[in-house]
Design a protein around this ligand. Sequence first.
Ligand code: NDP
Length: 341
Amino acid sequence: MSTTVLVSGASGFIAQHVVKALLDKNYNVVGTVRSAAKGDNLVELFADKKFSYEIVADIGAEGAFDQALKNHPEVTVFLHTASPFHFQVTDIEKELLLPAINGTKNALSSIKKYGPQVTNVVVTSSYAAMFTFSREGDNTLVNSEESWNPVTWEESLANPLIGYCASKAFAEKAAWEFLEKEKPNFKLTTVNPSYVFGPQAFASSIGDLINTSSEILYSFLKLKAGDDVPEHMGKFADVRDVADAHLVAFEKPEAAGQRLLLSSESFVTQSILNILNEEFPSLRGKIPVGAPETVEEQLVSSSKIDNEKTRDLIGKPLIGLRESVVDSIEQILSVKKNLHD
Ligand code: NDP
């Protein structure tokens, strides 16, 4: 009998890759989704008898995962990826903080009550739970698997971006506190990715808008040559590595109790512009060029990451920015053929 893994938020960008990686390794997967329409769509896309779904319309509702776990006593691994990741909110507390925190607490409480057979839980946290917002441009700072975002509740209400980052920090803290207080049967690991790029698991996910992190790349294709370019400075990981990390997190005993910091390299807006202009002749003259020579000098002022522990656990080189951007953009252009007509 192969192991059964529950993946919350299975319709998400990262989760679809996680489910794919699990099915490829012969795991049975129960995905939770908000609606039957989303579940049926996944059943069609994965086209694999090992995949089924349960509906969890709102992870923030008390007992959200009770029924899914009651229906699946065979689940021994629970990957909690669901959390709001978007910035179109009017009430930061209600739309970002509480669903993230309560969603995580609800998942862990349901597992303790109705899934005593669950041995491993993996929570998809974020680099946002580790970094210090105001110090991303401080090159004396080195963030690692031990770092924590020091944001307070009050600060988190300043704007949706800070609110999202805080939601990840508070939710992850709640998970470790649950472990400490409740002493459940399962082991906990978190996966903390920086910005995640890479192709969608299925090209059919590409509409006029896509998931928040991939939209950063997509938005460059929506610019015209003379447009101002949005400023980004951040760290990046490819979605295929992030998905693999979710498997490493429960498969490798030494990953138990760890926070896996997924980051391959730093980037600025100009890094992406250069890759687009160098790798896609069809885009030249249609999107901005920026100042191609300035990448290195811009990156010098970026905070650093030490994630050797995570890289050792992953056990293979992480995909680089160029490959990830090329694969993402090729997929978008294969669907959106007339973007620049
Ligand atoms: P997506 O928005 O694609 O996926 C989020 C998933 O969570 C969706 O399936 C969404 O369902 C579900 N969800 C959100 N809120 C609720 C809710 N209240 N009740 C039920 N389901 C809910 O984002 P990603 O795949 O990018 O993100 C997945 C996880 O990874 C999140 O925890 C995110 O914080 C984390 N992460 C992402 C990074 C990135 O750059 N992409 C970086 C670091 C961490 P629906 O779409 O139906 O609303």
